[in-house]
Design a protein around this ligand. Structure first.
Ligand code: ATP
Ligand code: MG
Length: 290
């Protein structure tokens, strides 16, 4: 499988293209056997499971910078390969991470401090999210009494992820890992939300993925970390005045929701939507790292 815009890198084979990222492995190896892989973030943007046209200039680099910044800031066991920076091919350095291949757990570890998006939809339908029962009367964007862990089963390629109960994650990955990733998700979210708050940002929700280190058996925070693709960040001051100003691809989602009925090819994004989205991604980094 190839995707538009995947880099061709000497010494590396393109093993997989997701909607946004390309995974490269050392030439002649495969994803399963390579001990390391190069995760390259493209500028592609997806919404409602569709990769959209055109790409958002600089997005891959901004998201990679954010993941690296959070990994350092949180000081957790991380997925980076030894000497990752120096060994990353020059051509993609700013938007790539050389990581140890982990045995990924098929659970999307979603933590929500606010009720919105697909969580809100589920709450309105059944009064709970991933089996977590919530108080009545919550409105879009409301703070939850405390952050909740609402895992999803990471469906095989081409299928939709599915919100599942914590008990179901026990069936999927075993009790020890299920409890481990829940505890880590909630504690990392709490730390990150506090750091974001200092920058005047509300971390509304995020999604983590964890893998098991093949050498040590340790749980490691993998994939992208607290990026604006995997998280919703809102401006706290605007929110206090009742406005949601988000630092993620909400601009793209909103535009698409208003201009596409979900049938056939999605329309091409207008220049101003692209420019505003790009500026928002940039502003988030500036705010967090200032
Ligand atoms: P989607 O397009 O829905 O996001 P995807 O999640 O499969 O699909 P990407 O997010 O673009 O695609 O690709 C990243 C993939 O790499 C994910 O499947 C993720 O689980 C996996 N991954 C991330 N970090 C590691 C790691 N350290 N070791 C092994 N696999 C990893
Ligand atoms: Mg992904």
């Amino acid at each position: 499988m190839t995707a538009a815009g995947a880099a061709s890198l000497p010494g590396w084979d393109l093993a997989y293209s997701g909607k946004v990222r390309d995974l490269h492995v050392p030439e002649g190896t495969t994803l399963g056997t390579a001990p390391e892989m190069l995760m390259v973030a493209s500028d592609r943007v997806s919404a409602f499971d569709q990769v959209l046209d055109p790409a958002i200039p600089g997005k891959g680099e901004l998201l990679t910078t954010l993941t690296r910044w959070w990994i350092r800031r949180l000081g957790l066991p991380d997925q980076l390969a030894p000497d990752a920076d120096a060994r990353t091919p020059e051509a993609v350095r700013g938007r790539a991470m050389l990581v140890r291949t982990l045995d990924m757990l098929p659970v999307e570890c979603v933590v929500r401090g606010r009720v919105t998006g697909s969580g809100l939809k589920e709450y309105r339908e059944v009064g709970s999210i991933s089996g977590v029962v919530l108080p009545e009367g919550l409105q879009d964007g409301d703070a939850l009494p405390e952050p909740i862990y609402t895992p999803a089963w990471k469906a095989p390629q081409g299928q939709h992820d599915e919100n599942v109960s914590f008990e179901r994650t026990v069936d999927l990955v075993g009790a020890e890992h299920a409890e481990g990733i829940r505890a880590l998700s909630l504690s990392v979210f709490a730390q990150a939300a506090a750091i974001a708050a200092e920058a005047g940002l509300v971390l509304a929700d995020t999604k983590f993925e964890f893998g098991v280190d093949r050498a040590t058996g340790e749980l490691v925070l993998a994939d992208e970390v607290l990026t604006s693709d995997s998280s919703r960040y809102w401006d706290a001051a605007a929110l206090a005045e009742g406005r949601v100003e988000s630092f993620d691809k909400q601009i793209v989602r909103d535009w698409l929701a208003a201009h596409w009925d979900g049938q056939g090819e999605p329309p091409v994004l207008p220049d101003d939507v692209v420019a505003r989205t790009s500026a928002r991604y940039r502003e988030l980094i500036e705010r967090l790292t200032a």
